[in-house]
Design a protein around this ligand. Structure first.
Ligand code: NAD
Ligand code: TDX
Length: 354
């Protein structure tokens, strides 16, 4: 049994689906179902007894203690977080609460549980913390990509809260010996991503004939990784990562935002042409994000060398799959945008999701 937090969100749901597709070990999935959590992402698992969903908050220590006692997981994979940089600028409190206090609460509950395990179970236990490349700060055009040794220089309330959580995880290993692992991954894209993030927002707006808002000059650079490749990396780190280590995960796919938007438009022109004209006509430059980091890039040599992980998708194959998924799942996008997924949950799970 593994305990996953945030498994109804974008990456967490992809991870749970992949996990149960690739092995039979059951999952307890703890998720608060904030605006970003959506049980519709896990519809394929309805009736699957290997998936136990628990609606709850990672800041709730009594609940986490109960889950550890009841399910006796051999590992925890911690995705739950507030994840959107723009929201962190307008409302940082939730980011400090969930990302810092929530991670602290999980670490303390895990420490109490782990320290009471017998020798063999204690040695096998893992706490895997899922984090981001944004903790390293912003790169200039000629700087080398982020290695694991890069100093932390977080610039947004989101990245500062994730950096704080990374430091707590590190300290719980160094001080208490908790068997932790941390992954720092670049920008993910793929199925089930909430349409507030760049790629799904551009797909949804283009299909609706709405403006495609590009922040600033559109030349900010991100490294992009298909979500399935991130899930595979997490499985490898969980299985074979060295305790106390951090692993950077990236796709060697640095691209300026404007190039991403043009690629999305060109694929939509091919797959779903708009009689009104090319989708790129909708591109609209808008005010820049305050404190907008210019460039992120990941040096993924360590995970490649130590664990043999490599992305299976190129950006070209991954983005094509992603757009095909959004085209085939426009009801999902409509439900998310209208909030109707909450009714879907009530209809399919009743009052208490289980
Ligand atoms: P998401 O916003 O799509 O999902 C977050 C999930 O956490 C949601 O299901 C939400 O309901 C749940 N949650 C939020 N607060 C909670 C709380 N207090 N208690 C329990 N559950 C709570 O996020 P995502 O994009 O899937 O990201 C998952 C993790 O991966 C995060 O830790 C994020 O920092 C990290 N990450 C994301 C990316 C990316 O590109 N999306 C890249 C690198 C790392
Ligand atoms: O409408 C938009 N227009 C635009 O130009 C949006 C939503 C974004 N952008 C830009 C801002 C960024 O440079 O596109 C880039 C990507 O933006 P987001 O999708 O908001 O992602 P980012 O801020 O890079 O953070 C993401 O990757 C790292 C995730 O949200 C984080 O959770 C993860 O840690």
């Amino acid at each position: 049994m593994i305990l996953v937090t945030g498994g109804a969100g974008f990456i967490g749901a992809n991870f749970v689906l992949d996990w149960l597709r690739t092995n039979d070990e059951p999952v307890v999935n703890l998720d608060a179902l904030t605006y970003a959590g959506n049980l519709e992402n896990l519809a394929a698992l309805q009736g699957d007894r290997r998936h136990i969903f628990v609606q709850g908050d990672i800041c709730d220590r009594a609940l986490i203690d109960r889950l550890f006692a009841e399910h006796r997981p051999r590992a925890i994979v911690h995705f739950a977080a507030e994840s959107h940089v723009d929201r962190s600028i307008h409302g940082p409190a939730a980011f400090v609460r969930t990302n810092v206090e929530g991670t602290f609460t999980l670490l303390e509950a895990a420490r109490a549980y782990w320290s009471a395990l017998d020798g063999a179970e204690q040695a096998a236990f893992r706490f895997l913390h899922v984090s981001t490349d944004e903790v390293y700060g912003s790169l200039g055009p000629n700087d080398p990509p982020f290695a694991e040794t890069k100093a932390y220089e977080p610039n947004s309330p989101y990245s500062a809260s994730k950096a704080a959580s990374d430091h707590l995880v590190r300290a719980w290993h160094h001080t208490y010996g908790l068997p932790v692992l941390t992954t720092n991954c670049s920008n993910n894209y793929g199925p089930y991503q909430f349409p507030e993030k760049l790629i799904p927002l551009m797909i949804a707006n283009a299909l609706a004939g709405k403006a495609l808002p590009v922040y600033g000059d559109g030349r900010n650079v991100r490294d992009w990784l298909y979500v399935g490749d991130h899930c595979a990396a997490i499985r490898e780190v969980l299985a074979r990562g060295r305790l106390g280590e951090t692993y950077n995960v990236g796709g060697w796919n640095e691209k300026p935002n404007l190039e991403i938007v043009h690629t999305v438009c060109a694929l939509l022109d091919e797959l779903r042409p708009d009689p009104a004209g090319p989708h790129a006509r909708l591109i609209t430059y808008v005010a820049d994000r305050p404190g907008h980091d210019r460039r992120y890039a990941i040096d993924a040599h360590k995970i490649e060398r130590e664990l043999g992980w490599r992305p299976a998708e190129t950006f070209e194959t991954g983005i094509r799959k992603t757009i095909a998924w959004y085209l085939a799942n426009q009801d999902w996008v409509a439900d998310v945008q209208s909030g109707a997924y909450r009714e879907w949950v009530a209809r399919n799970y009743g009052d208490r999701p289980a």
